[in-house]
Design a protein around this ligand. Structure first.
Ligand code: NOJ
Length: 572
């Protein structure tokens, strides 16, 4: 029986990728001193918790996701004491803190690996996956998934970069290490973990060759949801249950069916999973394989997860993180920057689940365009550029990078219009997006209609409403190519969220069961409100409005409206 607390359902989270968040000690690199100073800002958004991408010592081959010490803080980001100060203050302010748990792999500079490579008969020799002969798997980040190590005289498996050797989770000692790491942070007071590529940690015995015609992902059928995954997850769950902690797993390429095994029933081991389906409405698997954005695909993905988990599991809701380019540049429009940024906020925050907002998303940061591949720093960006479409012109290959690079989400957060966007007093470690004079926190604080203030309104509205937290989800007109319309209902109250993804004005149909109903307009992203009500809307906010009669069902580009209805759906 699940005795676990479900406080996470009422929460929303803010994700910090610390290197680019705020530089507090003046070296051009974001750090925990900067985080400490910004906790009031984070709290002011209306979120209830922080997820820290890895803060641990790391050679930064994959910017923190290659860990060389699980029980310390990277000196560039501060010290354990500084982390504890942040944790303590966050807790005082009512913010939970979750850490990234990256245990599919370590850094090749982790002492375990340094020992393991020394030979076949030391205590760490089976901590990693060594073979005399590699199979045909590709790595997701860098060429083949096997690297020859001269010292040991064998190949080691790395599903990600060469500097990220995979741990051998079949070794009980490795699992004990993982549990020890969890306890270390839980004892310090953290509230849970985001578990990196956790569905990859159990590999099929014998490591069979993959299908040769599936580049990059050919080994995936043998390492995703592997044979012992649920046993191992149960062991980690048991640790978590000793504390009032929660776990969210990252599930690359997971289907909703396989996610259900982690989220429900006797094998439940996670409270939520980060799925990827909805991040593929403009690409195939990775943003590097681009296709035009399809709202239908996005809606299908949203609704597939909403319906499948209804009453059984709990969704995580996100549109951005450190692995995806900025969402306005993908699913919105930089031309209709404010409109699409605000509409996108409402398109996901009001679904059933726990929203995660990524740093800079709340001010509508957009993709950066750098001029040469050498200006990019992300290992997978460079790999994509140097591996695929080599016959294309440099312009075309760079265009793909502009659309797809993870570096776009890793530019310094734009705090104000001063040099380096107020992120640092010195030249930052990475390029600042030149649009920082327009897109920055200080400017948006002053503007009641900014993207920033719209995020605040959405999070506050969600928090104020049982319906928006727990209510049932229903989508209307799933085939409409321009409008995403969904309902949340709980008891007598229903919300209808109507999002236009169109660049032109479009007509919106009203669902049959809403015809003639009166709803309150709770939120809209055109400062003058729905067109017909124009100037009097703000004064009349929360007054009863008949949607149909008052608005003729026309929505302007990227318009969003959130209505609340008090009567029963089918009441006559
Ligand atoms: C998923 C993380 O979010 C990503 O940043 C990282 O590169 C891979 N896992 C490998 O750890």
């Amino acid at each position: 029986m699940e005795l676990h607390n479900d406080w996470y359902k009422r929460m929303s989270f803010y994700q910090i990728w610390v290197r680019s968040f705020a530089d507090g000690n003046g070296d051009g690199i974001g750090d925990l001193y900067g985080v400490y100073d910004k906790l009031e800002y984070i709290k002011s958004l209306g979120v209830d918790g922080i997820w820290f991408s890895p803060l641990y010592p790391s050679p930064n081959a994959d910017y923190g996701y290659d860990i060389s010490d699980y029980r310390d803080i990277h000196p560039e980001y501060g010290t354990l004491e500084q982390f504890q100060k942040v944790l303590h203050k966050a807790h005082e302010m009512g913010l939970k803190v979750i850490m990234d748990l990256v245990v599919n792999h370590t850094s090749d500079e982790h002492p375990w690996f340094l020992e393991s490579r020394k030979g076949r008969d030391n205590p760490y020799s089976d901590y990693y996956i060594w073979r005399d002969k590699p199979n045909n798997w590709d790595s997701l980040f860098e060429g083949k998934a096997w690297e020859y190590d001269k010292v040991r005289g064998q190949y080691y498996l790395h599903i990600f970069a060469k500097k990220q050797p995979d741990l051998n989770m079949d070794n009980p000692k490795v699992r004990e290490e993982v549990k020890g790491i969890m306890r270390f942070w839980l004892d310090m007071g953290v509230d849970g973990f985001r578990e990196d590529v956790i569905n990859f940690i159990s590999k099929k015995e014998g490591l069979p060759n993959g299908l040769p015609f599936l580049p990059a992902v050919n080994g995936m059928p043998y390492y995703k949801d592997g044979p012992h995954i649920h046993e191992y997850m149960a062991e980690f769950r048991a640790v978590c249950m000793e504390y009032d902690c929660f776990q969210i797993g990252e599930g690359p390429m997971t289907t909703v069916q396989s996610a259900m095994k982690y989220l429900t029933g006797p094998t439940k081991s996670l409270d939520m999973m980060f799925s990827f389906d909805h991040m593929m409405a403009d690409c195939i698997y990775t943003e590097y394989v681009h296709r035009p954005f399809s709202l239908i695909k996005l809606k299908k993905a949203f609704s597939r997860w909403q319906y499948a988990l209804a009453g059984k599991g709990w969704n995580s809701l996100y549109l951005e993180n450190h692995d995806h380019p900025r969402i306005i540049s993908r699913y919105g429009s930089t031309h209709y920057w404010r409109e699409s940024g605000t509409m996108l906020a409402a398109s996901f925050i009001f679904q059933q689940g726990t929203p995660f907002i990524y740093q800079g998303q709340e001010i509508g940061m957009t993709n950066i365009r750098l001029h040469s591949i050498d200006d990019y720093v992300d290992v997978s960006t460079k790999n994509n550029y140097h591996t695929y479409h080599l016959k294309d012109t440099i312009e075309r290959r760079l265009k793909r990078i502009h659309l797809s690079s993870r570096d776009s989400s890793r530019t310094p957060v734009q705090w104000d219009s001063s040099p380096y966007a107020g992120f640092s007093k010195v030249q930052p470690w990475f390029y600042v997006n030149p649009n920082y004079r327009k897109i920055n926190v200080a400017a948006e604080e002053k503007d009641p209609d900014s993207i920033l203030n719209f995020y605040r309104k959405c999070l506050a509205l969600r928090k104020s409403s049982k319906t928006l937290i727990y209510g049932a989800y229903k989508e209307y007109f799933p085939k409409d190519p321009n409008i995403y319309m969904y309902e949340r209902s709980y008891g007598e109250v229903r919300y209808l969220i109507i999002c236009s993804f169109a660049r032109l004005p479009v007509k919106v149909r009203i669902p049959q069961n809403y015809v003639g109903k009166k709803g309150q307009l709770m939120l809209s992203n055109y400062p003058d409100g729905p067109q017909v009500m124009a100037d009097s809307l703000r004064k009349r906010a929360h007054q009863e409005v008949n949607m149909l009669a008052a608005e003729h069902g026309m929505f302007r580009p990227y318009e969003v409206r959130v209505y609340r209805f008090r009567e029963r759906a089918r009441e006559k």
